[in-house]
Design a protein around this ligand. Structure first.
Ligand SMILES: N[C@@H](CCC(=O)N[C@@H](CS)C(=O)NCC(=O)O)C(=O)O
Ligand SMILES: [Fe+2]
Length: 353
């Protein structure tokens, strides 16, 4: 069996690739990482059969829909999730096959009402989503979360697995990658076997965490399996671009530095910033955002355009303006001048202070 643990640094989400006899499934893919996941599946010579969700996520958008568009994979998640647009709505105990291997879907509600833990056929591995994290667990304060039910889910459905069963969580915020049933029974500070249900509920009631930053758009998008309101464009061929869920094509600084002469670089900051401490990219043209629509005629339509600003926000809007003006090959410099300078790439002007 092929097994890979993949990480999305933005949301600290783990995505898992499992494959047998060339048939693969992905657990909890992330929208912004779909291009990475497609590349891995193709490089390993696999066919992506399924994407599985452990739950309707509140902190990132799933890559399920995008992967189905790109690779014709099918989407499965819990019937209880309330999501629309999946190919299969899982019920308790349902088996999902890939090659000769099988995952069993065990309901583990509590973090959300539709949480599932996926257990491998030989009980050597389980994917707990946010029901059980390494020495922790998912919060229970939104999406029909319920601490009592999370306590029972973990005790009955996860701790009933063999002690040696490896557990792979939906997230880790400290860089830990895996744990085991035996270890969590002893050392989980909330759910260890020595801890009672009321202690656990008390702990969860006083977590005091702020809501995830992406929650407002992530939950509605995930209830449609990650289908965006505006369909993303086809993959670009002129640079290894990333398509963000916000609908912006981005290019990374390291690629741009190698290809500065092949593209038109448009800096959309104000003149005092262009000539200020951060400096500007070699060969950049200054066209402040406010005058971009009016001056876009001075750019060549055939040559790709990379737009730059201080942090990458104004230039993201600039890609939208240029797209409306008919430019087909436009990308935003990811992280703007701040990331460019942090990576110590070449600048004209500016100061090192
Ligand atoms: N700061 C993160 C918070 C993420 C968050 O709340 N994650 C949920 C899982 S979806 C959780 O249960 N976290 C548990 C914890 O942070 O202890 C964000 O804004 O995305
Ligand atoms: Fe979650």
């Amino acid at each position: 069996m092929i097994f890979r643990q993949l990480f999305d640094p933005q949301s600290s989400t783990y995505t898992y690739l499992l494959a047998d006899s060339r048939e693969a499934l992905l657990i909890d893919p992330v929208f912004e990482q779909a291009r990475r996941d497609v590349a891995l599946v193709e490089e390993l010579g696999l066919k992506l059969a399924w994407t599985l969700e452990t739950h309707v996520h509140a902190d990132h958008v799933t890559g399920a829909w995008l992967l189905r568009e790109r690779l014709k994979s099918r989407i499965a998640l819990s019937k209880e999730s309330g999501a629309e647009g999946a190919d299969r709505f899982l019920v308790p105990g349902e088996k999902i096959s890939f090659g000769k291997r099988v995952l069993e879907a065990r309901p583990t509600p509590g973090h959300t009402n539709g949480c599932m833990t996926y257990v491998l056929d030989d009980r050597s591995m389980a994917f707990t989503g946010d029901a059980l994290l390494i020495r922790g667990c998912g919060r229970t304060d939104f999406q029909q979360g319920d601490a009592h039910s999370l306590f029972r889910s973990v005790r009955d459905q996860v701790f009933s697995l063999p002690d040696a069963c490896l557990l792979y969580p939906g997230h880790d915020y400290r860089g830990l990658t895996a744990t085991s049933v035996g270890e969590e029974k002893l050392y989980n500070p909330r759910l260890a076997e020595s801890i009672g249900e009321e202690d656990f509920v008390g702990y969860m009631t006083h977590l005091g965490l702020p809501h995830p930053k992406q929650m407002e758009h992530a939950v509605p998008a995930n209830l449609h399996c990650g289908k965006p309101k505006v369909a993303p464009r086809e993959e670009a061929d002129w640079a290894p671009l990333t398509y963000t869920f916000a609908g912006i094509w981005e290019v990374q600084p390291a690629w741009l530095e190698e290809h500065l002469r092949e593209v038109q670089i448009v800096d959309v900051r104000e003149p005092d910033e262009f000539n200020g401490v951060l400096g500007h990219l070699p060969g950049a043209r200054l066209l402040p955002l406010g005058s971009l629509a009016e001056k876009q005629g001075t750019l060549e339509k055939e040559r790709p355009v990379v737009v730059v600003c201080r942090s990458g926000a104004r230039s993201a809007q600039a890609t939208v303006i240029l797209g409306k003006a008919g430019f087909q090959r436009v990308a935003n410099l990811s992280g703007g001048m701040l990331r460019w300078r942090a990576q110590r790439l070449a600048v004209e002007g500016g100061s090192d202070a």
